[in-house]
Design a protein. Structure first.
Length: 600
């Protein structure tokens, strides 16, 4: 059993709750630009630390006036936007507990989360969200207030608190202790009802202290003059986005919000972040989109040569020969600079989590000039428990434990985690808590992995997702799925074969790349994926992706047959969690006939 631990680092002085950060920032650095937000005209406008504190206090007054008590739960159902962050800190300032809800949640899921948490109020984003809440309101007797952001929620809450003294907010804020509950984040729920992860203020302080120490060049350290900024477009309802939001306030880095992923490149170009946060799916989309445009413009050979050079340059680990250096410099002017410009021009680092990016794209981006720092964590570990650092980086791994955290590998290969970032337990569910946290405080992640001699962690699969073939071979799907999905034409790959003679796969097609692919093989522009799902050319191209994936595993683990589906998995279809993980049981149920056909 291998174990690796990293000593903790000092945290900021705040001994109470997360709202203290807003007060301290306004006192110590009142003019620092805490946020940049879109104006009505579409420009980015600065929000100083002082101005943000004023808004937080005003909203907190309104919450108190509206009957939100200390310790009460207040739900937020909205996409990533400035108001989300404002409400989060205002709820903390009022001594209450924010409960995030994904915008993709169904009325039934919303009912479960609000009922289980006992939420007394909810702030939704728009009328459609409100209609979902209205449809279940009779089943939520504790719910007193429903506000809608697009219907003036902030102004209405502020107006409600116009007669409340500032001292009332101060009393609530000062009554919060670091060990108190900061938030209840409900897990995505690949199976069964979501469980509420209870995270304390101290969990976030531990996470932010460690992350901003390890990722020093990204977050601006206290007292530094470096202008660090990031555009958050990941869901704040997810623990990764939430941690970055709090981390920016903690480290006094400037943050903006990008609520519309379709406008992401435009937002990045105008915001000019110094670091970005992403998931592999987005980074794969950027690469595939760039390659597609290059090929469509007749510059495909140049792009492919530039990509190969970037990968080789990164793999050389600073020891590239003269010829490779010259080629890299040429392609930097022709290709790499344009890719960096598409991300705003200033970004040198990206933090990626949620799944494996793959060695090829890791080296590609680093060779281009954007070092992707992969990390690993769960909601139960307040986001990152391990991460690659700018000065301590090993491609293909998810890094070493962050300060104050220990990681060890159990006899069966499960990753166990211990430290200040580990959650307190599941809300109203002691039995589930006891299943994952032992008497010594080790949290059983459910993931399989390995630690090398330097403490770098590699994730090899999910314990509950292990397939056992009829021949008794144990197969971890993640490795081959990630490799197959790295092909630009593949959106997702899901390996099947539990109890069967051989491994097979369901494969979905990326709709954007499919449109481009049709032009390369003379298929009619109007042909849909359903029209071509059994097309010989399409099957042959997907076979290339499968062949590439099979190279990463043994013969017994390789995919023998596959089925192309005419639809893409998504959170909206119910086949992916909001964090884009496969809901295997749902997929197996909905596509049971397709799976059966692979073994008929």
């Amino acid at each position: 059993m291998r174990e690796f631990a990293v000593p903790a680092v000092a945290k900021r002085d705040e001994a109470g709750g997360l709202a203290d950060l807003v007060y301290t920032n306004a006192k110590e650095d009142p003019n620092y630009v805490a946020f940049r937000r879109r104006s009505a005209a579409g420009d980015w406008t600065d929000v100083s630390a002082t101005a943000f504190l004023g808004e937080v206090v005003d909203v907190a007054k309104g919450l108190i006036a509206s009957g939100v008590g200390a310790g009460d739960r207040v739900a937020i159902l909205a996409a990533t936007r400035y108001e989300w962050t404002l409400l989060d800190f205002a709820i903390w300032a009022a001594g209450a507990v924010p409960v995030p809800i994904y915008v993709t949640s169904s009325a039934e899921q919303i009912q479960w989360i609000m009922s289980d948490s006992g939420a007394v109020a909810v702030i939704v984003e728009n009328a459609e969200h409100q209609s979902r809440v209205d449809s279940i309101r009779d089943a939520l007797p504790a719910l007193k207030n429903v506000w809608q952001i697009e219907d003036g929620a902030i102004d209405k809450i502020v107006a409600a608190g116009s007669d409340v003294e500032t001292a009332a907010v101060e009393e609530r804020r000062s009554g919060v202790k670091s060990e108190d509950v900061a938030t209840i984040i409900y897990t995505s729920g690949t199976t069964g009802q979501p469980k509420g992860c209870v995270l304390t203020h101290d969990n976030f302080f531990a996470e932010c202290a460690a992350a901003t120490d390890v990722l020093g060049p990204l977050f601006r350290g206290l007292g530094s003059t470096e202008d660090a900024a990031t555009l958050l477009f990941l869901p704040i309802a997810h623990v990764f986005g939430r941690m970055v939001q709090v981390g920016c306030v903690y480290a006094r880095a400037t943050m903006g919000h990008g609520p519309d992923v379709k406008k992401l490149l435009d937002d990045l170009a105008s915001f000019n972040p110094t670091f970005i946060l992403s998931v592999p799916y987005v980074l794969e989309k950027v690469y595939n989109g760039s390659r597609q445009k290059a090929h469509a413009a007749g510059k495909g050979k140049i792009f492919d040569a530039a990509a190969a050079t970037a990968i080789a340059f990164s793999e050389a680990e600073g020891k590239a020969g003269l010829g490779l250096k010259i080629k890299h410099a040429i392609f930097d002017k022709l290709v790499y600079s344009k890719l960096r410009a598409a991300l705003g021009g200033k970004a040198k680092y990206a933090i990626s989590g949620g799944a494996a990016l793959g060695l090829r794209l890791t080296h590609f981006y680093r060779g281009v000039g954007l070092t992707v720092l992969e990390g690993y964590g769960l909601t139960e570990t307040t986001a990152a428990s391990t991460v690659n650092a700018p000065t301590n980086f090993k491609a293909g791994t998810v890094g070493q434990p962050i300060p104050g955290t220990a990681v060890k590998i159990a006899e069966d290969g499960e990753v166990l985690i211990k430290g200040g970032v580990v959650f307190q337990g599941y809300w109203n569910n002691d039995a589930a808590t006891a299943e994952v946290i032992d008497a010594d405080g080790w949290f059983a992640s459910g993931d399989l992995g390995s630690l090398d001699d330097e403490g770098f962690l590699s994730i090899t699969g999910r314990k509950k997702e292990i397939l056992v073939t009829s021949g008794g071979k144990n197969v971890a799907p993640a490795v081959i799925e990630d490799r197959i999905a790295s092909h630009p034409l593949v959106a997702q790959a899901m390996v099947v074969g539990d109890g069967q003679k051989y491994i097979a796969a369901l494969i979905t097609v990326d709709p954007d790349y499919f449109t481009y692919w049709k032009t390369t093989v003379d298929k009619p522009a109007e042909a849909t994926l359903a029209d071509l799902v059994d097309d010989a050319d399409l099957v042959a191209e997907i076979q290339k992706a499968v062949d590439e994936g099979n190279q990463a595993v043994s013969k017994a683990e390789s995919v023998r047959k596959f089925r192309i589906l005419a639809t893409e998995f998504s959170p909206e279809t119910g086949h992916l969690t909001p964090s884009l993980k496969l809901k295997r049981r749902v997929i197996m149920k909905d596509f049971g006939a397709e799976v059966d056909s692979l073994y008929s």
